[in-house]
Design a protein around this ligand. Structure first.
Ligand code: ACO
Length: 416
């Protein structure tokens, strides 16, 4: 095994080098504090591997995303979301028999109790749907105490999540909720619960959207799920934490912010270049939402697929003249040609286009991130499960470099 050497205050230390199955190199600093009485300082964890994982591989420079070895392009083209859920959570694509049995289990658990519907409806008016979703998630621990059989708990949550999303959508439109009727066909059932009818084009769009969002290795929300799970909080509490982490505008909340930004530009004077300048101005907090990514530095492979899907959905809906969409296209073109964005390798991410699709489908902006959460659920669960099944798992507990005052005495109040 290759070693890495570190010289600290005149002493040399040696650390193991670990190499992943795709050749990624890491220095194993797990003994750093014990041997060298120092910690690895890496705010925002841009250089820190918090675990080894067999779930998702990303190469940000080359724009590669694979779930369990399968390219996202291949899965989006040749698999269904049900198969991808199974793949992420169980580790392999299902055989025909396994898929049949999985669909049967999804059907069995697809309905939600009336009490939960009433609980959702009792939440304050105007509460953001992500807050509502997280509160419903954590409440599930009361309705379905964990059984000790993770597989049973997991399939129940996978099956019910789409009902909570449809409930949130229906509530936000002031429409009555309709229970699952066709739980064995996940996507068709979901589309019907949302819109009261389904079409092949709608099913294909949702299938792709959910597959593209299904996992993204150790991002903010997945790391949160692992972090909370590491305290042995139950599945529902861990997933609720993931929902909250996803909500932020720098993460999943960006899809809502993209449309709000486009509408703001439209309501101003439609001049995208003014907002491009604002985004480049360091004294202005404004950022171009839907642009940039911590990991992807050439293109976001999901954005490539979803851009085509967005065109298809708009075509299918007969939308060829839309001012917001025109602004999006102008902004995208200008940013891709602008040295500021080129130098910093800032490209449209998946959220730039997903918001455009959701808006075209008449989904309220507050629901956009909830749609993302529906797609991301199997990824969160796979990450949670992988942590649970790792024999050496310990509670997550980062260290810090303390920079506050050194010890001092409390002075009498008259001397402060
Ligand atoms: N608009 C303008 N400038 C930007 C943007 C943006 N959207 N994103 C990054 N930059 C600039 C930064 O100001 C910084 O410039 P500097 O080097 O001159 O200081 C440089 O690009 C690097 O940016 P960081 O913030 O260091 O990049 P980081 O990896 O921390 O952030 C993030 C990534 C959060 C996605 C960021 O690009 C961003 O805020 N984007 C907008 C929000 C968004 O779309 N989020 C969705 C991400 S995808 C997802 O979660 C599914």
């Amino acid at each position: 095994m290759t070693k890495a050497n570190l010289s600290l205050n005149g002493t040399d230390y040696e650390f193991n080098v670990i190499v992943g199955s795709e050749g990624e190199v890491g220095v194993d600093f797990s003994t750093l504090r014990k041997t060298a009485n120092a910690i690895a300082y890496d705010p925002a964890f841009g250089n820190t591997g918090s675990c080894s994982s067999e779930i998702t591989f990303i190469n940000g420079e080359k724009g590669i995303l694979r779930y369990r070895g399968y390219a996202i392009e291949d899965l989006a083209e040749n698999a269904t979301f049900e198969e991808v859920m199974y793949l992420l959570v169980k580790g392999e694509l299902p055989t025909a028999d396994e898929l049949k049995s999985f669909k049967g289990q999804l059907a069995e658990h697809a309905q939600i109790p009336d009490a939960l519907i009433k609980q959702y409806q009792a939440l304050p008016d105007g509460l953001h749907p992500m807050a509502a979703l997280s509160s419903i998630m954590v409440s599930l621990s009361g309705y379905y105490p964990t059984t000790g059989n993770d597989d049973e708990d997991i399939v129940r949550l996978l099956a019910k999540m789409k009902a909570f999303v449809a409930l949130g959508y229906r509530e936000s439109k002031g429409e009555a909720f309709v229970q699952s009727k066709n739980g064995a066909n996940y996507i068709a059932d979901f589309v019907e619960m949302m819109f009261g009818k389904t079409t092949p084009a709608l099913e294909q769009a949702f299938d792709q959207l959910l597959i593209l969002h299904a996992d993204h290795e150790q991002n903010c929300s997945a790391s949160t799920v692992r972090m909370v799970g590491s305290s042995q909080a139950n599945l529902y509490a861990s997933i609720a934490a993931g929902v909250n982490a996803l909500w932020g505008p720098l993460h999943g909340g960006a899809n809502q912010k993209v449309i709000e930004m486009l509408e703001m530009i439209q309501n101003d004077d439609g001049d995208a270049s003014k907002y491009l300048d604002k985004a480049k101005d360091k004294s202005d907090a404004f950022r171009l939402m839907g642009f940039g990514h911590r990991v992807y530095k050439n293109f976001d492979p999901r954005a490539k697929i979803i851009k085509v899907a967005a065109d298809e959905v708009l075509d299918d809906l007969g939308i060829d003249d839309d001012e917001t969409l025109d602004i999006a296209k102008a902004l995208e073109k200008a940013a891709l040609e602008d040295p500021y964005f080129k130098d910093r390798k800032l490209y449209p991410n998946v959220d730039f286009y997903s918001g455009i699709i959701y808006r075209a489908l008449g989904i309220p902006t507050g629901m956009f991130t909830v749609m993302f959460a529906l797609g991301r659920l199997p990824g969160w669960i796979a990450q949670w499960k992988e942590w649970r099944e790792e024999p050496k798992s310990r509670i997550h507990r980062p260290r810090q470099i303390y920079t506050g005052a050194t010890e001092r005495k409390v002075p009498p109040i008259t001397e402060r």
